[in-house]
Every structure is written in C-alpha cells, then in structure tokens.
Design a binder for this molecule. Structure first.
Ligand code: GRF
Length: 227
C-alpha cells in the first residue's frame, strides 16, 4: 500500500504513520510527503525517514485551482493507493477530490458530525460535552462530511481547558490513524468496491473505539511480531 501524506504543520500524525510503516505495523510505505508550508516541522520527519518531500506553496500559483492541480500532479506521479491528510490546513478543490475519488483520508479532532471546522475542543467544552475524540473519514467536497471510517472516544474531564483536551485527543489520534491504515493495508477495512470492515458493511457511524482498546490491540500485534 503506497501512501502520500499531506501536511501543513507539526506532523505528529505523519511521524506516527512513518513509524508504523517502519515497524511494519502498517503493511505500507509513505512514498512522499507534500506540504503547502516550507516551515512545516513535519518535513523534518520525512527527511529522517528518507521519504521524498515536496513543498508547494499557494503563493507560487495563480489560483487555488492551479495550486491544487500541481499538488495533484505531484501526488499522481507516485501512484499512491491513499492520500493521507495529516494536519493539511487547506480545503481541497472539487476537481482534486474527484481525481482521487475514495482515496483521500483525513483525521479530524472531534467526534464528527459534531464540530466540523476549527476550534473543536473549545466548542465541545462550551457545550458541556462529556465525550470528545477524533474521527478518521473519507474526504468529500463538503468539509469534514465524508463517510466516517473510525472514531476514538476520550472523556472530557470537569476541569479541561481546550489545551488539555486537545492533548488527550491527539494521543488518541496517534493510535487511531495507524490502526485505520493498518486495517486498510491488511484489507480488513475496504473502501472499494464497497465500504466493509471484516467483510461486513461498515455502519454510517464508522467504528467506535477507545484509546485503551487501541493500545491493547497494538501492543498485542507488536509483541507477536517481535517474538
Ligand atoms: C490534528 O489534530 C488533526 O486532527 C488535525 O490537524 C492536527 C494535525 O496535527 N487535522 P499534526 O500536524 O499531525 O501534529
């Protein structure tokens, strides 16, 4: 399974995916990293793992469409199975999404369909939510609205600030994204011709998991592999 990862910033999810490919937890390879920001810290991780990295800045292009077209051409040259958005802070054009139909995956820091867009943690706290989490979903032209593949659920604690909740959610992201990519690589989760998990139709709400369950499952897999 070939993955191209798109980033704009820190790249902590990218790092987890790179590590999971290196340890063969994911039966796949990150074949390229693309950033729209030259300052993205995640570019260092690409270098550490010897993965080709490309920076394509919007300011070097005449329009959003031209920028997305250049990124799409760069991606297509690697013929990836999936395009993994990991903190890529741009809304993709419809043409881009149509070109890679059912191949673009995103991770979003809320339990979608709640809290699409930005500032998700503060909004969850303001609403008095008892649970928060992250969602891995397919990307469609409507923002944060594609089919949900899986969610990891964490509690909202009574004294949480946006920052403390964000940390808890991000820890869950680091478990969830590699897990979903592992399932895709193993064919356990399949998107085409239909969305299935372990050969059963995937529910519209996707798979619901806890970080604890993910951690246990991953530790088990890692220990059987190293023995
Ligand atoms: C993550 O919180 C993800 O949910 C959101 O952007 C953030 C990226 O973080 N889409 P990082 O760059 O992977 O550290």
């Amino acid at each position: 399974m070939k993955l191209v990862v798109l980033i704009s910033g820190t790249g902590s999810n990218l790092l987890k995916v790179l590590e999971a490919c290196a340890s063969q937890f994911i039966a796949g390879e990150v074949v390229a990293v693309i950033s729209n920001k030259p300052s993205a810290k995640g570019l260092d991780f690409a270098q550490q793992f010897n993965v080709p990295a490309h920076v394509l800045e919007q300011s070097d292009f005449q329009s959003r469409e031209a920028h997305d077209q250049a990124i799409a051409d760069q991606i297509a040259s690697y013929q990836p199975d999936y395009i993994v958005l990991a903190g890529y802070m741009r809304i993709l054009t419809e043409q881009f999404i149509a070109r890679f139909d059912n191949q673009i995956i995103n991770i979003h820091p809320s339990l979608l369909p709640l809290y699409k867009g930005l500032n998700t943690h503060q909004r969850a706290i303001d609403d008095g939510q008892k649970q928060a989490g992250c969602t891995v979903h397919l990307v469609t032209p409507e923002l944060d609205s594609g089919q949900i593949l899986a969610q990891a659920i964490v509690p909202v604690l009574f004294d949480d600030q946006a920052e403390s909740l964000a940390k808890r959610v991000q820890k869950a992201e680091h478990l969830l994204y590699p897990q979903v990519l592992r399932w895709l690589g193993e064919g356990e989760l399949s998107i085409r011709p239909q969305l299935t998990f372990q050969q059963k139709k995937l529910p519209a709400s996707g798979l619901q998991l806890t970080p604890e369950a993910l951690e246990v499952a991953q530790a088990k897999i890692n220990s059987t592999r190293t023995h």
